[in-house]
Design a protein. Sequence first.
Length: 65
Amino acid sequence: MKIGGTFPATHVATVIQGDAMTPAHGSKDMPVSGTDLPHHGWHSQAQVQLRIRNPTSYLESIQIK
């Protein structure tokens, strides 16, 4: 994805959550955590957001600047 040198945090979070159809990623069934995160009643919305934000932030941190 060509984005002009800006990390696509929103897109990455959407893929992790399982709400994006990314051609190289496959179907929404592929991201196991994405299908589980929002649907378990024992996860608060804050926990879900943290579990999405952590890997997104990590991926951003390892990008070549």
